[in-house]
Design a protein around this ligand. Structure first.
Ligand code: CP3
Length: 354
């Protein structure tokens, strides 16, 4: 598969944007900035659009998903849009009983614990183009309106998705998932295969429909030892990253509390590493050998601090980011829902002035 000629990366719209330039390892004239979870509850216009619609239904309504994706771009002037969707959308699209419970997160009706359970997932059939149609339509509508601002497509990494499937919902230490990995390696491997397939199809659909970059979220990989990550998870993530890369878009790989895994996650096939707020960017760059573009890592907690404290922190992040070949400013995790959106707009203006 390759990108169609009218794709924004190929037809002159986003190929020389600040975001794609930085993701490709060259410093653009203007420092690019966007925020994970920039579309969401911090915006009153989001709360108004979402009112009365369940999260996953909103994700699968192409007009609504497109409108919500564009809201933070209009308001903040960020250098990228990130498609409004969720890592569990591909699960819903193949027919897994999954809901997003407000204030909790994804909850799975029937947790997956055995090889037979994984076989039942496979019986649901592949995530084909027909099932992905609402995602592709949402992306197409969005990029038609974004013009020269690139859209970032994304997917959950196999481990993070499997963590929800095995636990049945959010978990602190992901004990059930880590137990399965060792107690029944065959079931675990089959589950990694299946999640890699559906999450790979999800991100490939976004890229083909017009996303100019792909970010893989392995939010909960920080629960893993390096050995478990490398042996039991990285190969499946590598397949997903390779699929996006083969389409010709830059790939970003992000996890939370994954300072110990930075090199392994990069080596899984990422062009850019997303760094959470725990590891300073100069130290992250040192661990990665100095050749990997970085994205991050403003501490979301500081969005609620006095402006001079936040400004000093952002300047420090940017100074440390100079150690990498290129830097895209972002948060070290998602925008907290209670964030004052005017602070985000001011932060974008600050970054653009540096
Ligand atoms: O703006 C963006 O970043 C794009 C949209 C996006 C969402 N989820 C929308 C969303 C992205 C990239 C995600 C990824 C996602 N979803 C991850 C990986 C990133 C991360 O934060 O680590 C994870 C772990 C999930 C699973 C998930 N979905 C959680 C934990 C929650 C929060 C539940 C809650 O209410 O606290 C969701 C729901 C969700 N996904 C919301 C949004 C905007 C909130 C929905 C609402 O408005 O209630």
């Amino acid at each position: 598969m390759s990108l169609p000629p009218h794709h924004p990366l190929l037809d002159g719209r986003t190929g020389d944007s600040a975001l794609v330039t930085a993701y490709s390892g060259t410093r653009p004239e203007r420092l690019p900035v966007w925020f994970m979870r920039q579309a969401g509850r911090s915006l009153p216009e989001y709360r108004a659009s979402r009112a009365g619609t369940a999260m996953l239904d909103a994700c699968l309504d192409p007009d609504l998903a497109s409108e919500i994706t564009l809201q933070p771009v209009r308001r903040h002037g960020v250098d990228a849009a990130v498609f409004f969707s969720d890592i569990v959308v591909p699960l819903r699209l193949v027919g897994v009983d999954v809901e997003i419970v407000p204030g909790t997160g994804p909850v799975i009706g029937t947790p997956v614990r055995t090889l037979d359970d994984v076989a039942r997932l496979r019986d649901l059939g592949p995530l084909d183009a027909e099932r992905l149609a609402p995602v592709a339509a949402g992306v197409e509508r969005t990029v038609a309106q974004l013009d020269r601002t690139p859209l970032v497509g994304f997917a959950g990494a196999p481990f993070t998705l499997a963590a929800y499937l095995v636990e049945g919902g959010p978990s602190r230490d992901h004990l059930a998932a880590r137990r399965l990995m060792h107690a029944d390696p065959a079931a675990w491997a089959a589950l990694m295969d299946w999640t890699a397939e559906v999450t790979g199809a999800f991100v490939a659909a976004q890229v083909t429909a017009g996303a100019s970059a792909a970010q893989l979220f392995d939010s909960w990989a920080g629960a893993l030892s390096l050995a478990d990550y490398t042996t039991h998870c990285a190969p499946a993530s590598a397949r997903v990253l390779a699929q996006a890369r083969a389409l010709g878009v830059p790939t970003v790989h992000f996890g939370v509390a994954t300072g110990e895994l930075l090199v392994a996650m990069r080596d899984a096939g990422a062009d850019v590493m997303g760094v959470d707020y725990r590891v300073p960017l100069d130290e992250a760059s040192r661990r990665l050998g100095g050749g990997t573009p970085l994205q991050g890592n403003v501490d979301p907690a500081l969005l609620a601090a006095p402006w001079d404290v936040l400004e000093a922190h952002v300047r420090d992040v940017v100074r440390r980011g100079a150690a990498a070949p290129a830097h895209v400013v972002n948060l070290g995790h998602g925008v907290p829902p209670e964030t004052d959106p005017t602070v985000l707009t001011r932060l974008v203006q600050l970054v653009h002035s540096l």
